[in-house]
Design a protein around this ligand. Structure first.
Ligand code: FAD
Length: 218
């Protein structure tokens, strides 16, 4: 990824087996600058896609900007209980390959705010009703994106023979218009705050109608 002033951002991903993942998760709390050092020693001798070794990139990067992140994916079935409700990564984690995690967290926040604002009163029945409506609007969409993100991750970073073949086909043979159509379809869903005027549609792409009750103030 390019950034200003002749700098680069870089990331190095390692796929873990299920057994390794369990072990690493157990050690999650032990992550520290020393653990970073262990990780960096493991990648130093690997070849770098821009030429040379990963050590060249590592040595040129300020140490305090390097961190180790454990990526996992999961959509939980339960998002609310009583007066507690979850949004964002707390209820659905997707791999960063498709760049959707933060967008989904924002969309959750908008839809939940709309559902809460439509409550008739503050009884537990109304609260549960608003959480149910939020879950109904969001779960299916998040789950679809989870499946898409999972497939994309396998395609872009999978290391098996078949995954490499699929990656080659997608990157070299898939027409650009097909790739663009996929992105356009993802952008069609744009939930907006129910009590504010709708944002003017300026692009050419299709926008899905807003879900739920709208009651614009003023
Ligand atoms: C390497 C990487 C790249 C990514 N790239 C993209 C991208 O390009 N586009 C995109 O849309 N998404 C991307 N994501 C995903 C995105 O960062 C997350 O989906 C998003 O930050 C989720 O927001 P959140 O508010 O749900 O959770 P978080 O951002 O994790 O916020 C939770 C907050 O709660 C705090 N917290 C935790 N426990 C407690 C506690 N007990 N008490 C008080 N506070 C607590 C945490 O410190 C944290 O600040 C990426 C993620 C990673 C790891």
């Amino acid at each position: 990824m390019s950034v200003p002033d002749n700098q680069i951002c870089w990331t190095y991903g390692i796929q873990l087996s299920e057994v390794e993942a369990k072990e690493q998760q157990f050690r999650n709390s032990e992550w520290s600058p020393e653990q970073n050092e262990v990780m960096l020693q493991q990648v130093r001798n690997l070849s770098c896609p821009w030429g040379g070794r990963m050590a060249d990139i590592v040595d040129a990067t300020p140490k305090h900007l390097i961190s180790k992140v454990f990526l996992e994916e999961k959509v939980f079935m339960t998002w609310y209980h009583g007066r507690t409700v979850l949004i964002g990564d707390a209820c659905h984690k997707v791999l960063p390959t498709t760049g959707l995690g933060a967008a989904n967290a924002f969309q959750d926040a908008v839809v939940l705010a709309n559902c809460i604002s439509n409550m008739k009163d503050w009884t537990q029945k109304s609260i549960t009703g608003s959480f149910k409506e939020y879950y109904k609007q969001r779960f299916r969409r998040v789950n679809e994106q989870f499946e898409g993100s999972h497939m994309m991750a396998r395609t872009m970073i999978g290391q098996s023979w078949s995954e490499r073949m699929v990656r080659y086909a997608v990157l070299h043979c898939m027409p650009k218009c097909m790739q663009e159509r996929n992105v356009d379809r993802r952008m069609e869903y744009r939930p907006q705050i129910a009590w504010l005027p709708l944002v003017e549609k300026r692009g050419a792409g299709h926008v899905q109608p807003q879900e739920g009750k709208r009651r614009v103030i003023g």
